[in-house]
Write a protein that binds this ligand. Structure first.
Ligand SMILES: NC(=O)c1ccc[n+]([C@@H]2O[C@H](COP(=O)([O-])OP(=O)(O)OC[C@H]3O[C@@H](n4cnc5c(N)ncnc54)[C@H](O)[C@@H]3O)[C@@H](O)[C@H]2O)c1
Length: 255
């Protein structure tokens, strides 16, 4: 599928990796509905990109919100054929910290947003896209999830985040297998360390250490490089059921 034919739902599309995907899609002639909780940021992107994007205030954990975003793509742009799951939160907290055990609700919140939220979008968008007219290749849609290298080499303090991203990786294959009969591909990108507002929250020492652990190029990834891979996945119909690390060969140390 070429980007100029794409009508995408981009969760977390107001910021960082998601926003880079939105910009790349529209600069190549596609359209996008941005589904994000950040309304102020959403309105700013609408002002910037104009009529080829819509914003729907969405908490990915909520069925009504996600369905509303899908319905908006259908009513405003006439359909939906690509989903990019970028909404996510990152926390760092030891299982047993100075003040005792980590409150269970902290762990649950990360799982809820990153894992349950991604699944919520996949199931609702998958149901919609299964009714699409197939392309000549028999393709009805593409779903791209965002995991993290923390799914594989999580650091101390990343139990919740790593578990959520490990879940994103693990659910991909059963869903790709299930959706094969619809002609919907499911892929996952596991980014290393990217220069986004999420990373800006990291203390300078931790940031420098992660840059040093990135083998080559030894720098933060740029959101546009994530968007470039998103485009390759959308356009290459043979890519399915696979997780791609986009990480400059980083293997994160314990801390
Ligand atoms: N930046 C990195 O280095 C990095 C590395 C690995 C994985 N990731 C993953 O990439 C994705 C994008 O991260 P980013 O760096 O662009 O972060 P970001 O903070 O810049 O963007 C995340 C977006 O998600 C939105 N969001 C948060 N909770 C939401 C919810 N419940 N419902 C809807 N929207 C919600 C935020 O408002 C924000 O716009 C995340 O899933 C993150 O875990 C990022």
């Amino acid at each position: 599928m070429k980007l100029n034919n794409v009508i995408a739902l981009v969760t977390g599309g107001v910021s960082g990796l998601g926003a880079a995907c939105v910009r790349r899609i529209v600069s190549n002639g596609g359209k996008a509905v941005i589904a994000d909780i950040n309304e102020v940021g959403g309105n700013a992107i609408l002002d910037e990109l104009g009529d080829v994007v819509r914003f729907y205030r969405t908490d990915v954990r909520r069925e009504d919100d996600v369905q509303g975003a899908i319905d908006l793509a259908a009513s405003e742009f006439g359909g939906l054929n690509v989903v990019i799951n970028c909404a996510g939160i990152a926390t760092a907290e030891r299982a047993v910290g100075r003040d005792g055990p980590q409150p269970l609700e902290h762990f649950q919140r990360v799982i809820d947003v990153n894992l349950v939220g991604s699944f919520n979008v996949i199931r609702l968008a998958g149901a919609y896209m299964s009714g699409n007219e197939p392309t000549d290749d028999g393709e009805r849609g593409v779903i791209i999830n965002t995991a993290s290298v923390a799914a594989f080499d999580g650091q101390i303090g990343q139990a919740a985040y790593s578990a959520s991203k490990g879940g994103v990786v693990a659910m991909m294959l059963p869903i790709a297998r299930e959706f094969a009969r619809f002609g919907i591909r499911v892929m996952t990108i596991a980014p290393g360390i990217f220069e986004t507002p999420m990373m800006a929250g990291l203390p300078e020492k931790a940031r420098q250490s992660l840059i040093e652990q990135t083998q080559f190029p030894s720098r933060l990834g740029q959101p546009e490089e994530y968007a470039q891979l998103m485009q390759s996945i959308v356009e290459n119909v043979m890519l399915n059921g696979e997780v791609i690390r986009l990480d400059g060969a980083i293997r994160m140390a314990p801390k």
